[in-house]
Design a protein around this ligand. Structure first.
Ligand code: BMA
Length: 372
């Protein structure tokens, strides 16, 4: 009997050691080496999703839409998309801009408490959530679009850097508060300092050096780790790229990034859009294979939806089908001159219904069936 117990203890020990090694190995390819097991699962799930199709998402989908603001019935989430196809998108995007200031609403008047609630609900139902951060300029106090030089100030020890630490602390509290019903941290995708190859944000091209951009990324990540945030996949997403150089110039490094992305809008006509999305996603696919990281079309949309009633099936779909992306996210439905999905009685409504029917375009009910 004693002998048997010893063998049993030895066996358990071997099992524990090999499990620990396995989880360290799995962790080592994530930017957060202490990422919790749900984050590892999320990354694996993204890879599986891209084998079956792509998750379809929208920014602020359940917060407001055309002709409505905030949930009419908070327990049953609605969205313009649900109003049209009776299905929720498979991914929700939210923006944390102004959380750094300690505000209760973000820059687009979405309450942070609501984002938390909808994230919890979405996670429970098997969907995905991604966060961007249109943070203010910490030097001037202006918005993200205030291009007063700020990155080098954050990197120096001093008042701005102290202020920035406080800002990351605010976000850390939020991320740490995203818990499921069992009290386990909910894994989400965080996409900070996006569109850095454009010149419109204070962290963008010409507003800081690429070296400082990378340092800002790494410093921010380090601050999250110090604050005990371990439920994030970090997504790096430039704006439309004209070459691989555009991706590489600001790329912080494989050990600091988990998901690759790109933001591409339909600005210059349908043909040009199809061409640039196809090319950009091919470029990302190569990177994704070489780096073994999932990739996505992290923001998209048609700025003049009224110009093509068949935009979904004749422009967006041909550009993304068979691209290998894990998700595609359209931007917010803010108002009649600034919306990016359809809504009841909008011009592309019936075409959107056809788009929804595509086997590889996954809404929440389809996404639910794909596990890690
Ligand atoms: C931009 C616009 C703005 C918005 C910002 C952050 O693309 O939609 O109106 O404030 O994103 O969500």
């Amino acid at each position: 009997m004693k002998y048997f117990i010893r063998i049993l203890i030895l066996f358990n020990l071997i099992l524990m050691i090999s499990c620990a090694t396995m989880s360290r190995n799995a962790n080592s390819i994530l930017s957060d080496r202490y990422a919790n097991s749900n984050v590892i699962k999320l990354r694996e799930r993204l890879k599986n999703i891209s084998k079956k199709g792509m998750a379809f998402g929208q920014q602020d989908a359940t917060a407001y839409g055309l002709n409505w603001y905030l949930q009419e019935e908070p327990q049953v989430l609605t969205s313009d998309i649900k109003k049209v196809v009776a299905k929720q998108p498979a991914l929700f995007g939210f923006d944390l801009g102004h959380l750094e200031l300690g505000n209760t609403f973000n820059l687009d008047t979405v309450p942070f408490a609501m984002m938390k609630q909808h994230t919890q609900k979405m996670y429970k139902e098997g969907g995905l959530v991604t966060f961007s951060w249109h943070l203010n300029n910490p030097v001037s106090g202006g918005s993200s679009w205030d291009t007063t030089s700020a990155v080098s100030e954050i990197l120096k020890e001093g008042a701005v850097s102290q202020k920035y630490k406080g800002w990351v602390k605010q976000l850390s509290l939020f991320f740490n508060s995203l818990k499921d019903e069992e009290g386990k941290a909910i894994p989400v995708i965080f996409r900070p300092f996006h569109e850095m190859n454009g010149a419109w944000f204070w962290w963008g091209k010409g507003r800081c050096t690429p070296e400082d951009y990378k340092k800002l990324w790494i410093k921010t990540q380090q601050l999250f780790f110090e604050n005990g945030v371990h439920n994030l996949l970090y997504a790096y997403s430039p704006n439309t790229m004209s070459s691989a150089e555009d991706f590489d110039r600001f790329y912080p490094g494989d050990q600091y990034v988990d998901v690759l992305g790109v933001d591409i809008y339909n600005h210059s006509g349908d043909e040009e859009f199809i061409r640039s999305v196809t090319q950009n996603l091919q470029l990302l696919k190569k990177k994704s294979i070489a780096k073994n990281k999932p990739f996505a079309l992290t923001e998209t949309g048609n700025f003049s939806m009224a110009s093509n009633a068949k935009w979904w099936t004749e422009v967006l779909y041909p550009a993304i089908k068979e691209s290998g992306i894990a998700w595609v996210m359209v931007w917010r439905n803010a108002r009649k001159d600034h919306y990016f999905s359809t809504y009841p009685s909008e011009k592309t409504e019936s075409n959107f219904k056809k788009f929804e029917q595509k086997q590889d375009i996954l809404f929440l009910p389809e996404l639910k069936t794909i596990h890690n």
